[in-house]
Design a protein around this ligand. Structure first.
Ligand code: PEP
Length: 251
């Protein structure tokens, strides 16, 4: 049985007061979410500590959206894994498409970030996914395989216990366009095949693979019903407590 996960990526949204309102909305109705669904939220760096304190009594995990690959040093504006851990943050998103495309994070940099996070015992939500041009050229499997090989597949078998995958086709992120449940299932099954070839079937069967890209209450159920989909990474819809919880309840 793989862990079911519904994670909200709040991106650069919510000042402190807005986040407190969002957290209150989540906490008020959290009892409606099935016990076997792990909820996660990823606030901005400035909101990580207050979110962690606010959610202390719940089992919602607070996750960072990014971190630097170095331990410390002259990297103005960056945040290290030790800093995250010192405020209780044990999980970090690495490789989100916005980090790749807007902040030019290459597969090589992402590989370093993965290694640093694992060295610190952190759990990594590793994001990847093809662009529209790749899918149109029927190159989506190759692109995803390349992203996994270059950014993630340098890890050891034992490291997989600390990995959550998030397949996020770039053409479906924030666009309102969702991959069909069949497209998500097809890719997730292919990803398990890639992991089986490089590592083992045992690892491939164990790792949670989330789908991300315009998931909302109206489409979550049919996407989550697919065999190889273990939950979702939710952007826009996670900014409304009711929608986020409705998505989590879709399981
Ligand atoms: C995301 O940014 O990870 C995401 C999936 O966004 P949205 O749900 O808004 O498409």
């Amino acid at each position: 049985m793989r862990q079911k996960i519904v994670a909200g990526n709040w991106k650069m949204n919510c000042d402190l007061a807005e986040m407190e309102e969002l957290l209150a909305g989540i906490k008020n109705n959290i009892g409606s979410v099935p016990n076997d669904v792990q909820l996660m939220v990823a606030p901005s760096f400035t909101n990580l500590h207050p979110a962690f304190e606010s959610l202390r009594e719940t089992n919602v995990k607070v996750v960072a959206q990014n971190m630097h690959q170095s331990e410390s040093g002259a990297f103005t504006g960056e945040v290290s894994p030790s800093m995250l851990k010192s405020i209780g943050i044990e999980t970090v998103i690495i490789g989100h498409s916005e980090r790749r495309s807007i902040f030019n994070e290459t597969d090589a940099v992402l590989a370093e970030k993965v290694s640093t996070a694992l060295k610190h015992g952190m759990t990594v939500v590793f994001c990847f996914g093809e662009e529209l041009k790749d899918r149109k050229a029927d190159q989506h499997f190759e692109v995803v395989k390349q992203q996994l090989k270059e950014g993630l597949f340098h890890i050891n078998d034992a490291d997989w216990d600390k990995i959550i995958l998030a397949y996020e086709p770039v053409w479906a992120i924030g666009t309102g366009e969702t991959a069909s449940p069949e497209q998500a299932q097809e890719m997730h099954a292919e990803i398990r095949k890639m992991i089986t070839e490089e590592f083992s079937k045992e690892i491939a069967d164990k790792v949670a693979i989330l789908y991300g890209g315009s998931v909302k209450p109206a489409n979550a159920q049919e996407i989550f019903a697919k065999e190889d989909v273990d939950g979702g990474l939710i952007g826009g819809a996670s900014l409304k407590a009711d929608d986020f919880l409705a998505i989590a309840k879709s399981y």
